[in-house]
Structures are given as C-alpha cells and as structure tokens.
Write a protein that binds this ligand. Structure first.
Ligand SMILES: O=C(O)CCC(=O)C(=O)O
Ligand SMILES: [Fe+2]
Length: 209
C-alpha cells in the first residue's frame, strides 16, 4: 500500500493535517547528506536558562536561513547562519515534493538538530513563536536513526501517539498542528546519529521579543 502514498504522502491525521513522505532523496544521496551535514557544519550546543540556571541543550543544533529570518527560541535570539549549499539543495527538494502533493510552501529558514544517540532529545513544545504566524506549515526532514516523535493534544481530548520518523523522510505539520498539539523527541535506548531539519517561514516584520 505504501507506494500509493508516494505523491500525496501518508496521512497520519486529517485535522489538523499531519503527513509523512518517505524516500525523499533516495540512496545513496540521503546517507551521503547525513554524513556531509554531520561533518561540514559548525554544530552548536547553546545553553538555556531554566529557573535561573544555565543548562546545555541535550542535543546540538544550528539555525540557518535568509539574513532577515531572525528567530527567538526559548528566550534566545538566533541570527541564522548562511545557507549551506547542501541544505539549500534539500530545501529545493522539499518544496518540489510539497508542490507535487498540492501543498505550495515557502520557507526562509531551517533549524537543524543533531542527536548523537537515543539519549539526546528535545522536550515537549509547540513551534508557536509569534514570528511563525498563527498557523505555520513546518516541514521536518529526518536523516539517520529512526526515532519516534511523540505528539500529545493540548486539551488531552485524545491519546498521545508516536510517529516513527524513518531515515530520508519528510514530516509535514500543517495548519493547526502547533496550536492543538505539542511534540517531543523523547530519549530512547536507540543507538546512532540522527539529524533533523525543520524548515520554517519566519516573518521578518515581527521583531523577536
Ligand atoms: O528532531 C525532530 O524531528 C524534532 C525537531 C523539532 O521539533 C523542531 O525543530 O522544532
Ligand atoms: Fe518542533
């Protein structure tokens, strides 16, 4: 059945729309890109202030995009790194795949996350910063170790669920996903590197707080 989802993606939720596309780049391109991003990028481990104490984040990350796409995340203001050619090429592939599925999209920035192994993680959050607008479309590419993204409803009206994100896949979080659900990449006993790239459209006219 899976082949039937090549064009439109596999619908995981109808409302709000959550859709998974697999085989985004194909091999060996996807595995090469994982190694290239791992080695070529200047990965950072910023600290976050929580209850008055500084904590290094439990993963590494990098913010990349157009110069005006400044972004405020967990109380910090990030200026984007310039586009790496491999990432702008991936952006083109994502845009094309979305267009083929009838989802025209535009992005001016991407948050790259690097999880060295299953212990590295990202806590519960919604990508609901004001500069993303009220109903952002966020496209998340996964490379490397297959891990579950856990979703839970803000109003707890339904049960929480996992979406397993395979290597070389694209998860599209459509309008309403950020306002109605939270997501997290919880720690798991899984070895191996995973890199995700979450493409976003930041509205440069909304100045970060
Ligand atoms: O690594 C992932 O797939 C999750 C990333 C994420 O939630 C984010 O960048 O906001
Ligand atoms: Fe997120």
């Amino acid at each position: 059945m899976r082949s039937g989802y090549t064009q439109k993606g596999e619908p995981l939720l109808d409302s709000p729309p959550l859709t998974l596309f697999t085989g985004l780049l194909g091999e060996p391109t996807a595995t090469r890109l994982l190694a290239q991003l791992d080695q070529a990028l200047a990965w950072q481990r910023p600290t976050l202030r929580l209850y008055g104490r500084e904590h290094p984040i439990p993963r590494r990350q990098l913010w990349m995009g157009d110069p005006e796409a400044r972004y405020c995340y967990s109380g910090r203001d990030f200026s984007p790194e310039p586009w790496h050619p491999a990432v702008s090429s991936l952006l083109g592939t994502v845009i094309q795949r979305l267009a083929n599925a009838g989802l025209p999209a535009r992005f001016n920035s991407v948050l790259l996350n690097r999880y060295a192994d299953g212990q590295e993680r990202m806590g519960w959050h919604s990508d609901n910063e004001p500069e993303l607008g009220p109903d952002p479309l966020i496209a998340a590419v996964s490379l490397g170790t297959k891990r579950p993204m856990r979703f839970r409803w803000q109003d707890r009206s339904h049960e929480a669920f996992n979406v397993w994100l395979p290597h070389d896949s694209l998860l599209v979080m459509g309008a309403g996903v950020q306002s109605r659900l939270q997501h997290a990449l919880l720690p798991r006993q899984l070895p191996g590197l995973r890199i995700s790239l979450t493409f976003r459209l930041v509205n440069p006219t909304v100045s970060p707080a």
